[in-house]
Design a protein around this ligand. Structure first.
Ligand code: NAP
Length: 491
């Protein structure tokens, strides 16, 4: 809790226009916290006050657990479908309001924020659809010499309580990806969103209550890490911790969570690998979209552009021209393609890693200038393989280009970091494509697409430092929030 200012009372800060500023609160099972310190949320672009949030404390966290476990009206499949579908419709009615909030508190360009509301719509739609499907299996037992005249059946039961912790980079969609699958299976959730983007998360929680979600099913708590997140992670009454965020925090959670289910969706360092047979226009478009969309702040953004030496010069020339189209500026302007990164500290970090790479011989071909939290899309060549900006995750609009000799070199270079989230390859050669699918140590390989390509219900998640290999995406996440009960009967 150090990026944004906390004031030690619950009065609305002076100097703000009530109409322009959102005043929201943590919620314990549908009830807004009335007294609590205030978190001020400021625009990363111009530091104006966007909203305030009344914070919860340690006893609120305990109360949230008790009330969720006390429970309430048990939801049928049809109830869960109806709530999710109503939420989807409400979100579509208010998509512009949500987009404005996302953009204001995160600094993301408004076009990106609008796109995100469409993704959250899909999450709700798929979760609603899946909630209606049966999830059981049947095994006949008379199928081996020692078999019996019995059948084994499976059914999925909801976990009693989930803690979901979300990052700042997709303020709505990350939250939707945790809560919607949990609702679809009937698992109550305590949500701990990022303190950097809490307003969108709380508005989404309010929308779900309005859609008919029983209050015991959802609380949203913001407050000091040592009073909210850490005790909740360790509490044995929480049956699953589903975390999306950085490697450092994810590994810390893994070491403190104790005996319970844990889902870790962590950072990435995804390569876009461009083979010498690639269609250069396709490669250039994918490289620019992958590197600069969402200000480069996607876990699956293109963080390394790896190009076969024989076509590198031609690619670089076209790519620099394309990158110039990604105008950077006021997130509220519809003409802006790249807004700010999440805060000035993040922009300064990115500027530093670029400088360090330049110190090692890299050359900036475009961008590199910073004003506050605004960092221009930056194209860098001659980046050494051991530069910090390509060994570690650089969460911003940086496009480092590295050359490789042949497919063996590309696979080695691609697999050389600690991460293993996603990847993409531009080629029309089927043999090469298949080798990449088999040999890249990652959760996803996309051929002739960006690494981030997915639909909201397909399995998604990484390996190595990017995660434990347990997938999310609506269908897989629904499985995570349940356990399988098996029963058998004579047949
Ligand atoms: P972060 O700093 O790890 O924070 C993520 C969440 O963890 C926030 O809600 C944060 O709360 C909370 N948190 C901080 N310390 C904690 C602790 N000790 N115990 C429990 N929770 C704690 O990540 P971020 O900077 O918001 O997000 C960017 C990262 O997320 C990048 O690395 C990105 O690649 C990754 N990401 C991964 C995926 C994926 O699916 N693999 C998707 C999106 C993003 P506060 O805000 O209150 O500190």
């Amino acid at each position: 809790m150090n990026e944004k200012k906390i004031s030690a009372n619950n009065s609305v800060p002076t100097g703000t226009t009530k109409d322009a500023v959102l005043h929201l609160s943590s919620y314990i099972t549908g009830k807004a916290i009335e007294k609590g310190n205030l978190l001020e949320v400021r625009s990363p672009y111009d530091q104006r006050l966007v909203g305030t949030v009344k914070l919860a404390n340690a006893s609120d966290a305990q109360q949230a657990i008790e009330l969720a476990l006390k429970g309430g009206q048990r939801l049928t499949r049809y109830d869960r479908f109806s709530i999710l579908d109503k939420a989807r419709l409400l979100l579509m009615e208010r998509k512009e309001e949500f987009a404005q909030t996302i953009s204001a508190e995160s600094g993301l360009a408004i076009r990106e924020a609008r796109y995100e509301t469409g993704r959250a719509h899909d999450v709700l739609m798929f979760a609603a659809m899946e909630s209606l499907k049966d999830d059981g299996q049947i095994f006949s037992c008379d199928i081996s010499p020692s078999g019996k005249a019995r059948k084994i059946f499976t059914t999925r039961e909801p976990l009693l309580l989930a803690l979901c912790i979300t990052p700042f980079n997709h303020p709505l969609n990350q939250v939707a990806h945790k809560i919607a699958p949990a609702i679809a299976v009937g698992t109550p959730v305590i949500l701990k969103p990022s303190e950097k983007t809490p307003l969108t998360a709380i508005k989404f929680v309010e929308l779900l209550y309005e859609a008919g979600l029983p209050p015991y099913m959802l609380s949203v708590l913001l407050g000091p890490t040592n009073e909210i997140a850490e005790p909740l992670v360790k509490d044995p009454r929480v049956e699953i911790v589903s975390f999306t965020g950085s490697v450092a925090v994810g590994k810390h959670i893994a070491s403190t969570v104790g005996y319970k289910k844990v889902i870790l969706e962590l950072g990435g360092n995804d390569p876009l690998i461009i083979m010498e047979d690639a269609n250069l226009d396709t490669a250039v478009t994918l490289a620019a979209e992958g590197s600069f969309r969402n200000s480069g702040q996607r876990c699956t953004a293109v963080k390394r552009i790896l190009v076969q030496e024989s076509i590198k010069e031609a690619f670089v020339e076209k790519f620099v021209a394309k990158a110039k189209e990604y105008t950077c500026g006021d997130p509220a302007s519809p003409d802006t393609k790249v807004g700010t990164v999440i805060d000035e500290a993040a922009a300064i970090y990115l500027e530093e890693v670029v400088k360090k790479a330049v110190g090692q011989g890299a050359k900036i071909l475009l961008g590199g200038n910073r004003k506050g939290a605004l960092l221009e899309p930056t194209v860098i060549v001659e980046v050494p393989r051991n530069a910090e900006m390509v060994v570690h995750e650089s969460f911003g609009p940086l496009a480092p280009i590295l050359g490789f000799k042949d497919i063996d070199d590309a696979i080695t270079l691609s697999n050389s970091t600690a991460y293993g989230l996603s990847s993409a390859v531009v080629t029309n050669n089927l043999d090469w494509a298949l080798r990449f699918v088999k040999e890249l140590k990652v959760g996803t390989v996309n051929i002739n697409e960006v690494p981030g390509y997915r639909i909201e219900s397909s399995p998604f998640g990484g390996i190595k430092d990017s995660g434990l290999g347990i997938k999310e995406g609506v269908i897989e996440a629904m499985k995570c929030f349940t356990f399988v009960k098996t029963f058998s009967m004579p047949w």
